[in-house]
Each structure stands twice: as C-alpha cells, then as structure tokens.
Design a protein around this ligand. Sequence first.
Ligand code: ASP
Length: 342
Amino acid sequence: MIHRRKFLQLGSLGLSSFSFPSFISSKSTAARRPIVISTWDAGIDANKAAWQVLRNGGRALDAVEQGVMVTESSQNCCVGLGANPDRDGFVTLDSCIMDENGNCGGVAFLERIKHPVSVARRVMEKTPHVLLVGAGAQQFAVEQGFPLEPQKLSPDAERSYKEWLKKSEYKPVINIENNANKKNQAAFAPAKLDNGEWNHDTIGMVAMDANGNLSGTCTTSGAGFKMRGRVGDSPIIGAGLFVDNEVGAATATGQGEDVIRICGSHLVVELMRQGLSPENACKKAVERIIKIKGSKAKDIQVGFIAINKQGEYGGYCIQKGFNFAVCYADDKNFLVDGKYVL
Ligand code: ASP
C-alpha cells in the first residue's frame, strides 16, 4: 500500500511538492482569498479540485464537497470505500459538512456508499436533522439516489486486514480498549504502527470563497480496525469540524476520541474569536489534549488546521509527522509541515 505521507504528490497545476516550514507560510497570508486548506498529503489533490470551484467564483461549500470527493474516490487507506475496515472486516464511513450560515449535516457508520460527504450535504439540505447513522443513513442515501456499492474490500485493504488479523486475536470483549493486554491494544491504541505510520488519517478541508464565505467538511473511514460501530470525531459538528462565518473554520484529524473530548474544532474557532491566530488557536487546542492525556499523549496523534476571515491559515499537532495542504492560487498548492508540541 502506498502510504500517503510517503507519497510525493506532484500537482498538475505546476505546483510545488515540497513542504514549507509553517512559520514562513502562515506569516504571509493576510487578507488572502479565496483559500482552501486540507489535511495530509492527499490534501494536494483535493485542494486542486476545490480550487477549480473557488477560482471560478464558486461557493466554498461546493468547493469543499468537490475537493474531498477526490479523496473519497481514491484508493486511500483511511478515506472512502477503499479504506481499511473495522475489526469485523467492514468499511464504515463518517463525514460532515457545514456552510457559512451555520447549516450542517453528517453521516456516521455508513456502509457501501461512495461519497459520504454528499450524503452529509443532503442530510443538511433535505432533512430537519443534523446526523444520520448506520442503516438509517444508508437508507436515506439510497432514497436520495446514491448507488449501493458492493461490499468488498480493496486489494490493499484486504491485505492490511489479513495482516492485522494475524496479530489481533480479536475477540469481542467489553472494554477491550482498556485491556492491559498489549496485543489487543495494538489494534487501536496506541495508534502508532510498527512501521512508524499512524493508524489513521482523515481529510478535513476548510475554505473561504471569493465572497469571503467559509465552509468546511471532514470525511474518513475512521481509525483502522476500530471496534464495530465506533464513530470518531469526523462526523461530529464541533469536534471534527466547525465553521463560524464571522470568525473562521477549523477541522481535525487523528485520534477522534480525544478530539471529541475537547470539542476540538469548535474550541479552535472560539480561540480565534478571542483573537488568536489560526496557528496559535490550533496549538492551544492541542495543548489542552496533551494536558488531559498526560503521559499517554505521546501515544496518540491529533492535528488541527484552521483559517480565519483574513485568509490566514495554520495548523498544529501533538507530535511530528502531520502535514497539511494549502492552496490560494493557480500556482500555489503546497504542503506545510505541522508544528508539534511534543
Ligand atoms: N479522526 C478520525 C477518527 O478518529 C481518524 C483520523 O483522522 O485519523 O475517526
């Protein structure tokens, strides 16, 4: 499997594929719009699609949906139907979306639907609700005309799952996550794999359009080999994503339980409201998780990214290894290494 962070992505916009130190890039972004940023290496391709909408005067909401659909369609280990399954071998998807008017929608524990972001948008636009889950979410998707895809793992996911099964000795046990048995824990927490990669990724994307309106989305298959039925932060408004058109927008990736614990993306936006830059707001949110986790913080990764109404952007994470993609011109779509606390 090609791991995203090892995959050197050359943008077709003639784009740089190297990483800027974030202190350089974040200082030079004042009053910039349109702009789109998104998590991890896969953000480069996703930004490209979003940028096509933004550069033509399109709405940020359309841009973020189009953007992350690229990742949902790719054979990504952690987003879309090609991703790693849960412990029982099923790919389950989580997603949410939020616009400039505070409208929002989400789906969680959704199976066999290719574009959860678009179903999340339908939840927002066509129902009086914010979140649909599981069979109900799937039923709604089908009613809305989304095709039911075959229940089949991608070749990469199948290989990873078989590999995982060798060690996992999975037996459904209550509180398995708290079990002192390291063999069982390794499947989910700590989330660092033997090869140094993290056991999860997500695409979170936030954008401001030419009219100065903000929107965002977050979409994922969640943590690899999670317990069946587990839902992380990504479809939860306020946790994996938050947008306030007066202030800014933020999204998260990493260990979702710890993002939910602090209502992470909402916290980042509120910190920006108090005057913090996007980068410092993300840093404070990361520090709050570290304070709560204490010595266990070294076993997890969480990253936040954010933009404000001035078009400034920033990101921060717990530990080295997180990056995000920033795009604000035809020839500006580049990766930024997230600063880290530990
Ligand atoms: N935040 C996602 C989750 O916990 C996974 C990730 O971003 O790596 O489901």
